[in-house]
Design a protein. Sequence first.
Length: 98
Amino acid sequence: MSFLKDIKPLFLLFILGDTITTIYALQTGLFYEGNPVLSYLFNSYGILSLIPLKLGFLFLLYKVYNNADRFYWNITRYAVSFIGLLATVSNTAVVLHG
């Protein structure tokens, strides 16, 4: 399998879903970033600083893809996809139920 095929769910959930819902939720004022590192970055550089962070994370994932055993790569990509699902659902719930 190729890297791009392997990361489809991860890309949709962790990169797009979490990024879009986080940016939207933060702009509504109903939501705050609970991660102190991300909160500092957002306060210092703006919400859109999340985009280069996610791109950097993709680069890191590519390094894992190239260097990890297939078993560990599968654990990594499914775990990150699941985290993205949880973050996207959580952000969406905050926006909908404000």
